[in-house]
Design a protein around this ligand. Sequence first.
Ligand SMILES: NC(=O)c1ccc[n+]([C@@H]2O[C@H](COP(=O)([O-])OP(=O)(O)OC[C@H]3O[C@@H](n4cnc5c(N)ncnc54)[C@H](OP(=O)(O)O)[C@@H]3O)[C@@H](O)[C@H]2O)c1
Length: 305
Amino acid sequence: MRTVVKGTVLVTGATGFVGSHLVRRLLADGWRVHLLIRAGSPLKLVAELETRLTVHRYHGTAEDLAAIVRQAAPDLVYHLASLFLAQHRPEDIEPLICSNVLFPVQLLEAMTANGCHRLVNAGTSWQHYQNRGYSPVNLYAASKQAFEVLMQYYLETTPLRVVTLKLFDTYGPGDPRPKLIKLLNTVARQSTLLAMSPGEQLIDLVHIDDVVEAFVLAGERLLDSLVEGHESFPVSSARPLPLRELAALYEKILGKKLPLEWGGRPYRPREVMVPWNDGRPLPGWRPRVGLEQGLASIIESGENC
Ligand SMILES: NC(=O)c1ccc[n+]([C@@H]2O[C@H](COP(=O)([O-])OP(=O)(O)OC[C@H]3O[C@@H](n4cnc5c(N)ncnc54)[C@H](OP(=O)(O)O)[C@@H]3O)[C@@H](O)[C@H]2O)c1
């Protein structure tokens, strides 16, 4: 059976965890998928899909980006590329601003100059420390906000429409990042005691399949002309769990106690004790993969993710 081609999308950050899952879904849905990746980036997580993708390597100039967008002529751009840093050092400032502010502004310039006016953007719940309208947990979150501020210029001067999805914690198969679930998985294979914080902070974990669904729906909103200006939605489980309970659930599914020393280290500065919880939900989206089900499938797969 021939797949009906829906149109063309351009994806940044497709070599990362969320991007690689999104690309797989977009191909399955019948999109022509173009990737915009940094010159030296290995395709790794999407390597087996390479023959079905058009890969554009970006060398760091505005002209380069403009030429790529012109060539790809996308109906829609998914922007997920980002440098994530929980805490920064002085030497991180330049790469952080380059990745999270300069690059996406150049992308907007290239898009609007080439008649492409639909963008799905990845933000973070960390732009809302202590549930405030804007309060960055760290400089990474501040850089995400800075991009949104600069975006306003393009919103007011071009037909640009944007949906920003603000992600919380994500998990699922094929996750290369050194995040919580990977940590628990590693700890389960060893006997050395791991020092943890007191563990009362609430963790809002969303399965990657649900995250990808949110990106697809956001794209459809733009294509269906349902978006005025810039919309922003949380991609939250709405059922955050204290870290200690999450670890206990993991232990229950695994059938094994983990060597965790609760209170063995202090909370991080500006630790998020209660995640942002007053955003307007994305119409038509709700998480479908329960935490127990999602964790069980990872544990059963035996994958160290
Ligand atoms: N996953 C989460 O839990 C979570 C939570 C909140 C927000 N987010 C946001 O959601 C998006 C996707 O997250 P993710 O977890 O998939 O990210 P990821 O696995 O770290 O991948 C991000 C991608 O960004 C690109 N990138 C551009 N500049 C970079 C730099 N200086 N260092 C490293 N990578 C750089 C890379 O792709 P190329 O090299 O191919 O360009 C990389 O593969 C990001 O915008 C992130 O900020 C994610």
